[in-house]
Ligand binder design. Structure first.
Ligand code: GLP
Length: 251
């Protein structure tokens, strides 16, 4: 079994602080870093902690660059629960990030080719992604790189898996047709210098264990992470509970 760099934390608060401190350290050593940040529930604590670390004067989040990981097609900032709304209201806004330092998908733009081109050009213009902060879907997806996605997929529009459409309703207080998404692709994620996967809660234990213990397999997109030299896995105890002892004994 491949050795994985694991940070094991008692609870969500400790996990969030550990991830925030790691991101702050990466920013401190890469003043022109490009961060690719997942929305979703998992990273919110870490993103809030990062804002606090900046307020305490220990990091400057305003000089680095950001590309949004993904978005639901058909939803924009005005839709509560969209990735754009979550990230703006919980991170970019409170952190005071200049608008021109952020590239996010506009899920309302019918010209999805332009949206894709803009995001991928932003990544290229900044020399690739320095750090991707990822959550894991219940089916092992990363962003909207669903099971079956090729590792050569640069990014663009995807049809959402049934699990993603069902689980995705948790973000919204009214029904939306969740059929397609737009995402940074596995090719650009796996070319990042640092990859942090963050997971908490017992509900993630089985999929984390499945992806971390198998050989890389397109059926489980997160299973490509352990072969990446810059991969770091941040878990709370509940999310780590399915991992074999030999994987976590040094954590
Ligand atoms: C969502 C998003 C991902 C996110 C993942 C986990 O569908 N497309 O970017 O990281 O699934 O979400 P959560 O953190 O809410 O569990």
């Amino acid at each position: 079994m491949r050795k994985i760099n694991i940070s094991l934390n008692e609870n969500y608060e400790d996990l969030s602080m550990a991830v925030a401190n790691r991101i702050a350290a990466i920013i401190q050593s890469n003043p022109a870093a490009l961060l690719c940040l997942a929305a979703g529930d998992t990273p919110l604590g870490a993103l809030r902690a990062l804002v606090d670390i900046q307020a305490a004067g220990h990091v400057n989040l305003r000089n680095v660059w950001y590309v949004g990981l993904d978005e639901w097609l058909g939803l924009g900032y005005q839709d509560k629960g969209s990735c754009a709304q979550i990230m703006q209201d919980s991170f970019y806004g409170p952190a005071g990030i200049p608008l021109d330092h952020v590239s996010v998908f506009n899920g309302l733009d019918p010209d999805t080719a332009i949206q894709t081109t803009q995001a991928l050009a932003f990544i290229t213009a900044h020399g690739g992604i320095t750090l991707a902060l990822l959550g894991i879907g219940m089916n092992g997806h990363l962003g909207f790189n669903e099971p079956g996605t090729s590792i050569d997929f640069p990014g663009g529009v995807v049809n959402l898996a049934e699990t993603t459409r069902t689980v995705g309703t948790k973000y919204f207080d009214k029904p939306f047709p969740l059929e397609r998404g737009i995402t940074v692709g596995l090719r650009n994620l796996l070319a990042a210098r640092h990859l942090i996967l963050m997971a908490n809660g017992e509900k993630k234990a089985a999929i984390v264990a499945a992806c971390m213990t198998t050989q890389p397999d397109s059926a489980l997109p997160a299973s490509w992470l352990p072969v990446h030299p810059g991969f770091e896995l941040y878990l709370d105890r509940a999310a780590a509970s399915g991992l074999p002892d030999q994987l976590i004994k040094h954590a």
